[in-house]
Design a protein around this ligand. Structure first.
Ligand code: NI
Length: 257
């Protein structure tokens, strides 16, 4: 399995990263993609990717911190992207649930980073919460940029529009939550060929570990639930999601993954 969205670059893993990585390997997670949310975490994701052959990086500014966007920050991200193990821009997008940054700032930082992705010919990892209409509109302005709707929580109608645009979806702990019937109904409607597995650790810990710190070793719980939802075998889910991850992040020639 590949964890397509982890934050081992988060301070939550500072004390015991070696143990976390060992448990991930033991549970069948062959590679992890660490996603940045600001400049420091993006740099740290790249450092980890440098240090471990099975770790990869995605760099970008999260909508929570969109108010920190400057052209200099864009330049710094562009520098980081030169590293061969940086696979995409992210996580970028809109979060109208928390509104930690003004919405106009969120939209302009989102557009600036999609612009960067287009310029650099890289895919983008999208965070969207309670911002369906604006996310669709802005993603639609950049048809050349292949997008991954991370921890997708929208409707099946919206998913179908993204699917027709050629985009991908990733699902994590929430599909295992006992009351997540609506989300599971959406997951059923999305073809397995468009789905990637993620933990979003240290957040969104799957059932039955909710309340504890999440980590990549729990990815198998998410894979099992996805197999159950789609009515296929765990082996099918693993083979297909690994192939999708390689396709989305363009890992065809990269031997470590
Ligand atoms: Ni995340």
């Amino acid at each position: 399995m590949i964890d397509s969205h982890a934050h081992l670059n988060d301070p939550a893993f500072r004390g015991d990263l070696a143990e976390v990585l060992a448990r991930a390997s033991d549970s069948g997670v062959q590679a992890m993609i660490n996603v940045g949310y600001d400049l420091e975490s993006s740099r740290h994701a790249v450092e980890l990717a440098d240090q471990y052959s099975h770790l990869w990086a995605v760099v970008g500014l999260h909508p929570h911190d969109a108010k920190l966007w400057t052209e200099e920050l864009g330049d710094a991200l562009q520098e980081l992207v030169k590293h061969p193990k940086v696979l995409a821009l992210g996580e970028v997008g809109l979060d109208y649930h928390y509104d930690n940054s003004p919405r106009d700032k969120q939209r302009s930082a989102f557009r600036a980073q999609l612009n960067l992705a287009r310029q650099l010919n890289l895919p983008a990892v999208i965070h969207s919460r309670e911002a369906t209409r604006d996310t669709l509109e802005i993603v639609g302005e950049y048809p050349e940029v292949s997008c991954l709707l991370h921890c997708y929580s929208g409707s099946l109608e919206t998913a179908t529009i993204y699917e027709e645009m050629g985009h991908f979806f990733s699902f994590g702990g929430p599909i295992t939550f006992q009351n997540a019937h609506k989300l599971r109904d959406v997951v059923i409607g999305i073809p397995l060929e468009r789905i990637l597995l993620e933990t979003d650790c240290p957040y969104l810990t799957p059932h039955p570990h909710r309340g504890k710190r999440n980590e990549p070793a729990y990815l198998s719980l998410i894979a099992k639930k996805l197999a159950e939802i789609h009515g296929c075998t765990l082996e099918d889910v693993i083979m297909q999601t690994v192939a999708n991850t390689r396709q989305f992040f363009r890992l065809g020639n990269k031997e470590d993954l």
